[in-house]
Design a binder for this molecule. Sequence first.
Ligand code: KG4
Ligand code: ZN
Length: 356
Amino acid sequence: MSIILSLETSCDESAVALVSNEKGKIDLLANEIASQIKEHSNWGGVVPEIASRRHLENLPFLIQEAFSKSKLKIKDIDAIAATVTPGLSGSLLVGSITARTLANLHQIPFLGIHHLEGHLASIYLSENHPKPPFLVLLVSGGHTELIKVDSHHKYHRLGRSHDDAAGEAFDKVARLLGLPYPGGPSIQEIARYGNPKKFLFPKGRVSKPGGGFYAYDFSFSGLKTAVFRQIEKLKSENKKLPIEDIAASFEYIVAEVLVERSLRCALDQGLNSIVLVGGVAANIRLRNLMLSQSSKHSINVALAPMEFCTDNAAMIGAAALLRLSSNNIQSSMELGVSARWPLEKSDLLYDQNPPF
Ligand code: KG4
Ligand code: ZN
């Protein structure tokens, strides 16, 4: 059995978890989150400088709380993990330096974790999770990707957004509608009272240079513009904005596009399991549509547990446990942080000559 202390500070959630694995099952011993969302929502989005300062203030308390709730001590810990990429550099640095300092001080191995590998690992925090190969739809504030997982840590990206990520589209459209940040939950809430078929918004496609479209890629910036134009048109006609209908129609089209392209990809690739992870995976309409449409094609769907869709440290701990159990590796103490790094190259985070 291994016990991991994990830290997540890539964006606007400061999070600390203690996880262990026994007989292949991941146990959550502590899971602490200090959300900064309220503070950032005053500015309509994440302010990087505020985010890193708050991580610095929050982390010591969260670590203390995790140890006191789990009744564990630092000497019980087998490895310390922290998100090192991708994310806001200043925020990543706070988690990474805290983890490396503790690891150095107590002579414990350190593991740098790729944030998207963390989101992928959130599926292992659910009771029923599939074994690779499977297709992952990863939808968050920064990413919209279709990733084929051949075996643990063997990733192949088959689709991606060419502009806004799905979560980013939710955040931007919420702003257009005067709804608070983060946009996903605000749109979901108000969309419950709207007609999803009221406005027919476009399903953005990405053209291939030689003609045709990329079957598994996404584009959400045109959709955002279409919503903007619709709002302007209604305003110019002096009509009361049907915010509920606009929100519902937008949410519906995003869910449809994500589900249609994921299914197309899974069927073409002969994969019979789809895994849904990331902040936008918390969206009820998307979850329900994925379940209902996939069952028509006899494709299994595994949904990340609701509480582990948005950023948290439990998923970072789960990813670290998988790294440790598949190969007893660790990262160099020289490993820094990077705002961007491809998931396919996450093995290099365990190289003794780190890539950043
Ligand atoms: O995974 P996450 O916490 O952070 C990133 O790694 O980006 O995702 C945050 C994103 C935000 O854009 C937020 O609006 C979106 O996830 N989100 C949702 C929902 N809850 C969060 N989008 C749609 N429906 C939701 N219920
Ligand atoms: Zn995330």
